[in-house]
Design a protein around this ligand. Sequence first.
Ligand code: TYM
Length: 336
Amino acid sequence: MSEANESKKMIFSGIQPTGVFTLGNYLGAVRNWAPLQDEYNCIYSIVDMHALTVKRDPIAFRQKTLESYALLLACGIDPEKSIVFIQSHNPSHAQLNWILACSTQFGELSRMTQFKDKSKKHPDDVNAGLFTYPVLMAADILTYNADLVPIGQDQKQHLELARNIAVRFNQRFGETFVVPEPYIPKVGAAIKSLQDPTKKMSKSDDNPNACVYILDDKDTIIRKFKRAVTDSDTVVKFADGKDGINNLMTIYSCVTGKTMDEIESEFAGKGYGDFKIAVGESVADSLKPIRDDFNRLMSDKAYLKECYTQGAQRAFRISNKLVTKVSRRVGFVDVR
Ligand code: TYM
């Protein structure tokens, strides 16, 4: 795709390069991105600027960003069909971020649950970037006039804020931004920790058994599922109060396409042990092609560089038009 096809709707989404993607990232978001590529103009980004809100070692950070980019391609994002780029390579995001920050209230940023959680987790570094993070996220989306944003449940509040910023800007300066809609999967939008199924599965979990990473090998994946916290019941059934089993059933449903009823019948009369192994095996098998492709891509750095360089150029061609329009709307002096 060289430029956006005007007859198709626009999609934007991003993921932070904070480590190997988790099964939550994959089932809640990235897995759903590839099938959208034929029907929509898709723009996908490794949002490295967002990841800078937490202190990082520069060398490891650069490596993780490259690995995350390769991982996106390994997950089926095709640079011929979509624009795939690294956020810091396109200056439009930072430019629009500032303008939108001036249209965002301190009070609404203070209400963001992710800010509250992260500032509790890193009390020694509650930096301004952490606070204004959702404004940059709004800029990511609005600078492409995205119609749809495929995300997991935990990003819904940020998307809501992006919508509010767009509406407010349009009211004040005239129709400028498309007001984006969230695109949240019916099953898998909130994959939980395997060790505490009341919490979301998160890359930053201190317990390595809480989280399946999509590059984990088969034995590791099965071991993590075998150790998954469930309850004292024995029946594989989706029901209130069975958070652990509900989570495993959700994962199994995402990977196999089976409904909850079908899963209940499949494991009728069998215990949790058999079920956990089946979940582990199906997850490991479905992730195997990604592992293989990732290793192949990481051994071809020149190809990766070509892809992310072209991706950034294409992204800029689209976003810069909007930044120019916004600059005129707010009253900046035209440079040309
Ligand atoms: P991030 O990097 O934390 O996560 C990437 C995507 O994975 C989803 N996700 C989950 N889905 C289901 N279950 C889970 N346990 C789980 N954990 C994560 C997230 O909802 C997300 O869709 N702020 C964003 C990145 C971002 C962005 C954007 C997204 C920056 N700009 C613009 C969309 C549009 C974030 O930190 O996602």
